[in-house]
Structure formats: C-alpha cells, structure tokens
Design a protein around this ligand. Structure first.
Ligand SMILES: [Fe+2]
Ligand SMILES: [Fe+2]
Length: 301
C-alpha cells in the first residue's frame, strides 16, 4: 500500500492507547443525542413526512431549540423568523435539515467538551466557524449546490485537533502549536509524536459517530483533497476555505490575504460555474470579512 493509498483509506484505527483514552470518555464525546440519530434514520425513509420528522426532533427540546437558533441565524438569514421545526423543514428542505441536526449537535458538543485548557476550545471553535462560513459563501458564490453539508464539514474538519487536546493535554502544544501555519510537516509531526494525525483521528471519530461516510472522507482528506474518494469537491471546498480561515486566525483580518496563494483554488475552480469563477480573486477578501462577521454572530448564539 502506498502512502497515498493509506491516507485515502478511512478503514484504520488510531493507536489502541488513544482509542482507550477516548472510549473512557465516550459518554462525554457522543455527538448525536438519541433523538438526533432517530430523526436522521427517519429522514432516510422516502415516505417520511415533515410532521413526523418535526415531531421526533421536538422530543429533544435542546436539539430543537439549537436547530431553530441556527435556522434563524446569519447562516440562513430568513426573511421572516422561522418559529418551529415544521417551518424550518418547509423553508430549508429535508436534506438541509439533516445537516442542521448534525451542525446543532457538533456545536453543542464543542461547548461541553472535557478540555483542560479553555483557550484551545475558543481558538478551535472560532476557526471551525470561520471555515464553515467560508465554505457556505464559496458554495453560494460558485454555485456548487451543496445543501448544508459544506457547513457541517467545515465545522468538523479539524475536530481531530480537539481529540488530541483531550487525549494528550500535557503535550498538546508540542503536537499542535495552533499557529495555523500549515504545511505537509504538520501531519508528519503529529504522526511522529502520537502515532496518528488530526485528520485520521477526526475521520475515525466521525465514523464511530455514524456520520455520513462522505463527511469522514472530507475530514480525512482536508489537507490533501485530491486523495478524497467520495467527497472530492467538498474536500477541495473545505481545504480552500480552511486556507482562508487560517489567514483570519493568524492576522484576525482579511487584509493581506493573497487569493493566488491558495493552493487548493486551481482544483476547486475546475468544478465552479465558469461565469462566477473568475471573481474569486477580487471577492475573496470580502467573503472572508463577511464570514468572520457571521461567525462572530453565530458564536453568540
Ligand atoms: Fe486540519
Ligand atoms: Fe483547519
């Protein structure tokens, strides 16, 4: 098996000492509440009605209210408030609402993770929301037609970094300085120090949580989207957004970002609508400012 084959495969398990540490905290790391799993299962049934779906989700008051908060946030900007889940499904559609369940669940999990150092949660959450919102804006601008999976994937792409902070709190800064200066050595350093990297760990976690396999594929390959199997375009979109979000994290503003330096853009542009693709270079800094502003407002939710 070549290195590329190995990276592209998500059928791997992190070192047993890491999975043992994570399974000890299994209940604290569970992403989807039981109702969310039931609703996602139900939504797979083509005969499922909006009322049935909404009735299941409404049995989990926190999940339902988290979903409504996001449905009414800067992410969707509804013309009038969405007051209940039935309306949310009518407005956003079944597919988008399934990702809304995952998004609400991961956002809630991020808030209650058992982390020893609070700053890691804060920095990771801001970076995740910036990446997710950049993915949303790029998806809209370039007409890819993703329906919520780009936000969920953006939110989850670096979840493996948080898992590393949980299993190795004392060595975390040596493993991941959180400087957002990413290079091929970033993953090599992680593998050398803990025997896995945040992409593999995050993808393994997503698989354990029974998230869609395309999502695991994106998490696994967000540093090398060309290796993605199921979600190549989505992985390239997230990698492009991640590069922009890394700049925001380092400089706290879009100024100074050179879109030409984005190594993932040439591949992404091949899949974009040719009528709008040429605007990327002039619009990228503005998209970054909007995403950063929207992320701040979502973080207040
Ligand atoms: Fe990453
Ligand atoms: Fe990232």
């Amino acid at each position: 098996m070549t290195a590329a084959d190995e990276t592209a495969s998500i059928d791997f398990t992190p070192p047993p000492e890491i999975t043992a540490l994570l399974s000890k905290r299994d209940h604290k790391l569970r992403m989807l509440p039981a109702i969310a799993t039931e609703a996602l299962e139900l939504a797979k049934n083509p005969d499922c009605t909006i009322s049935q779906f909404a009735a299941v989700v409404e049995r989990d008051v926190k999940l339902a209210s988290d979903m409504l908060k996001i449905a009414n946030s800067a992410l969707y900007c509804p013309a009038s408030p969405i007051l209940n889940l039935h309306r949310a499904v009518v407005r956003l559609g079944f597919r988008e609402c399934q990702y809304l369940i995952m998004t609400a669940s991961i956002a809630s999990l991020m808030n209650r993770l058992p982390l020893e150092q609070e700053w890691i949660r804060e920095v990771h959450t801001r970076h995740s929301f910036n990446t997710a919102l950049l993915a949303v804006h790029l998806n809209r601008m370039l007409h890819f037609g993703f329906q919520g999976e780009e936000f969920t994937a953006g939110l989850m792409h670096d979840f493996g970094r948080i898992l590393i902070a949980i299993v190795a709190p004392d060595r975390f800064q040596e493993i991941d300085p959180m400087d957002f200066e990413e290079s091929p050595e970033t993953l090599e350093r992680e593998r050398a120090l803990i025997g896995t990297d945040h992409c593999r760990l995050g993808a393994w976690y997503a698989k354990q949580q029974k998230l869609p396999s395309a999502l695991s594929d994106v998490i696994l390959n967000h540093h090398q989207p060309e290796l993605a199997e199921e979600g190549k375009v989505l992985a390239t979109l997230i990698a492009t957004a991640d590069h922009m979000a890394n700049h925001l994290q380092r400089f706290e503003e879009a100024e100074g970002y050179d879109p030409q330096s984005n190594p993932f853009w040439p591949d992404l542009s091949e899949h974009a609508d040719p009528c709008v693709e040429k605007h990327f270079f002039e619009l990228a800094p503005a998209l970054m400012e909007v995403a950063q502003r929207d992320a701040e407002s979502l973080l207040q939710c």
